[in-house]
Design a binder for this molecule. Sequence first.
Ligand code: FE2
Length: 881
Amino acid sequence: MTETKPYNPQRFHHFLAHMTRLVDRGPSESDALSGASEFLHDLISHDDWLLEDFAQPHPQHYQQYLLFADPADRFSVVSFVWGPGQSTPIHDHTVWGLIGMLRGSEMCQPYSKMSDGRWAAAGIQIQMLPGDIECVSPRLGDVHKVWNTFKDQVSISIHIYGANIGKVKRNVYYEDGTRKTFISGYSNVPQLFSGLVTDAEQVVQEDHGAAALSQQSSSGANVQTSQTATKPSPTNQRVTATELSDESSPSKLPPLAPGSHSMSVASNTAFYAANFKGKSAQGGQLQTQLQARVQENTIVDKVNADSASNNSTHSSPIHIAKFANSEQLDFDEKTENVVESVLGPQEFDGFTLTTAAQVRNHLLSKNEIALIDVREEDPYAQSHPLFACNMPIGRIQADAYRRIPRKDTLVVVYDNSEGLAVRAANLLKSIGYSQVTLLEGGLSGWAAFGGELFRDVNVPSKAFGESVESIKHTPSLGATEVKALIEQKADVVVLDARRFDEYQTMSIPGAMSVPGAELALRARTIAPNPSTRIIVNCAGRTRSIIGAQSLINAGIPNPVCALRNGTIGWMLAGQELVKGGEASFPSPKPEDLSKAKASALALAFRSGLKRIDLDEYLTMRRDTTRTTYLFDVRTPQEFMTSSLEGAHNAPGGQLVQETDHSVAVRGARIVLFDTEGVRAHMTGSWLAQMGWEVYVIKDVQLSDLRAAAQSKSKNLVPALAEPVEEVSAEQLKEWLANRINLTLVIDVGESIQYVKRHIPGAWWILRSQLAQDFSRIHKANRYVLTCADGVAARFAVADLKALVRPGVQVMCLTGGNASWFERGFSTQQGESYVVSPRIDRYRRPYEGTENAAQAMQAYLDWEFGLVEQLRRDGTHGFKVI
Ligand code: FE2
C-alpha cells in the first residue's frame, strides 16, 4: 500500500482540479459528498504525494496543515497529523466534510444529544484504516470525537470540508451538555481568521483547531499546492480555479469514469502468493503484514489500491500455463507462470481450458468472470470454489441470459467428471456465449491446485456474515434468553429478517416479518421508544447478523442484537416455533423516514458505493465492455406495480443473502435503486463491503417507473432452435381425462415443488438426466413437458424428441404448472412418480421444522469455520467497515 517513492505531486494536482470542477457545478451536499469521496478515494489510495513538511506530528497535540483553500471558500483540504495517543474533544463541523485515512489508523466515536441535554456516545466506534473514508455533516451526523488508534505511531488523515474550515465557527461539547465555540487554525498558516470570533464567544484553546492556532508549526505558512511539486513555497500560495483547468494542467486529466478503482494485478499476485493455502512465499514483508492483519482478525484486503489500473481489462485470449509438476512449484512461481506463460492455449473438445490459477488470478484482479458449476445443486453444495455459481445444465437456457447478461463474458464451466461440462459449454455456445471455456481438470483440477473448497449454498454471503460478526462483534442473545424476555413481557420486539414466506413457514412467537433491507427503513417506526430492545432473527446466522448490524450501522438509538443462531438455535434449545405468522411491517412515519435516509446515506459514503443519476446509469448500460446488473431492491409487490426498464427484482436482504443467485459474474457492476433512498443504500453498503462495484441511482421517483415490470423478463431467454408445440391447461385436462390417446405429463421443474404439488399422474425427471432416466417412464403416444413457469420445459422438448419413436408427440404446457394451478384444477402431492435422484436441491439443514439436532449443530459449526476458510482462500475481497 505504502508507496513513498517516487514523489508524485500530480496526484494532488488532479485531485484539486476534480474538486474545483465539482464545486463549480454548485452541487447539492449529497452530490458534493459523493463526488468528493470518489476523488478522495483515488487520492488516498496512493501515499506518494503528501510533502513531508505536512506530515510532521507535534509532541503535545495533533497538527492540521492546510493543503489547499479554494479562493471562494467553497472547500478546503487539510492534512491531519496525529502524534501517538492524541485525541480531539467532542466537536462538530457545521459544514460537510470527508475524512480519508492515509497512514496509520484513527478511531471515531459519534455522539448524540440525550433528551436531558447531555452528550453521550451513540452508535458504533469506527476504526479507520488506510483507504477508508468517513463523512460528517449536520445532516448526516456531525458530532464526534476522534483519536489516533496507535499509542506508538503517527497517523495521518486527509480532510476535505465544504468551506474554508479555518473560517468556520463551530463547537466543542462537554458531556455535561455545555459547549464552547471555536474556529480552527492551521499549523502552517498564521492566525488569519481568529478575529472573526466575536468577543462574546470563546476560543477553545485545547481543541484541535485551537491547538493549531496557538502552536504554529516550524513550517510557517506553507500550503501544499501544485507549485510544491518541487519544493514548498515560502508563502501561502494557492492554486486558483483557472490554474486548475484542463488547459493549464501539465498533463491531461484522467477520465472521470465511474468505477475507476480496482486492484492492480501485480499487487494481487503478491497477495495471492503470500496468502494461498499457507504455502506462501517465504520471508516477504507483505506476508508479514498479511499475517499480522489476520491476527488482528481483520478480513480486509488492503492490497486494493491502484486507481490507475484498468479494471475493465478483460483477459483475452486466455493464457494457459501447464506445470510439469505444479505441486512442487512455489505459489508465487505458479502465479508468475500464469501471467507470463508463453505456451499456447490448451483445448478439450474444442473449448479452451482455463486453469485454476487463472481463475484465481481473474478473481483477485476483479476481472469479470463467471465460474459456473453445471452439476445439480446437491453435488454443487457438497463442494465448490467460493465464487462458483450453480447453474445446472437443465437451467442454462432459462437462466443464463439473466445471470450472465453479457455474451462475451469469460465463462468457465466445470463439473466433477460427470460429463456435464462439455455438454453445458456447447449449450452456452449455442445460445451465443463467445468466451466459454472449461476449468482444467474440473473440480478435481481446482482441488489439485490447492484451491479451497466450500460446502453449502450462498457461501460468499454466509461467509461474509460471519466476517461481519467476527470483526464488528455484533451483539447477540441466545434462544433461552430471548424466550425469557418475551415471557417476562420485557420491552422487546423480535423482527424476522427473512422473506415473508419463510417467516410464515416457521417463526419465533410474536415476531414481526421485516425482511432484510426493510429493517433500517422501518425499525424506528416499529420501535419508537429508544429503550425498546430490537432482536433480529433469521433461520441461521447470516441474516440475523447482517440485519442487526444494519440497524447498528444505521445509528438506531435502540439496543439491537441478533437472535443467536436464529430459528435453528431456537429449536436446539427445545423451544416451540409457530407456523403461519401474519405480522407484517408498517409504513415508516415521515420523521423516521428522514432519519433513516440520512443515516443510510452516511453509510453509503462510508462503504464506498457510488451514487449516480439515471443518465449515468444509461451510459453504463450502453457500455458493452462491462456487465451491469440493475436491481430494484423494493418489495415484490412494489416491483410488480412498476419498475425501471431492465430491472430485476431482488429485495435488498435477499440480494445480500443470495448474491450468487442474481449475480453470476464476479467483477461486474451492480446498480441498485429504490424510491425512498434507504433500502438501496443499505443494500449497496453491504454489497460494496462484499467486494462488489456498487452504484445507487439517486432520487428515483415513482414517476420515473413504468408499469408491467413482470413482462420484462420475456426477452431474457434464447429463441428456440425450432418451434415447439404447446398445449393449454384446459386441453391437457381433457386429454388426461380421456385415456384413449395416452398422454403423459413429465415435470422437469424442481423436485421440491413437484413433491409439494403436481399435475395428477405427472412424472418427475431431472432434465440433465433425461437420456438416462427416460426409459423408466411409461410409454405414451404423447408427452407434455412442464415445469413451474413453463420456460425450461419448452427447451426440454427438443431433448425429449430425440429420445422417442417417430410419430410420438412431444409438446409443452403453456405457462407451465402455474397455469394449471391458477385454474384450480386438481393436483397430487408426494414422490409417487419420481424417476431421477432428487439431487436438484441441497437440503438445507435449517429447512423444515423437524431437523435432527445433530445436523443443525453441524451446520452451525460449519458456519463458524467459514472465517478461517475465507482466510485460506484469500479471494473474498471483503472489507468490513
Ligand atoms: Fe472532526
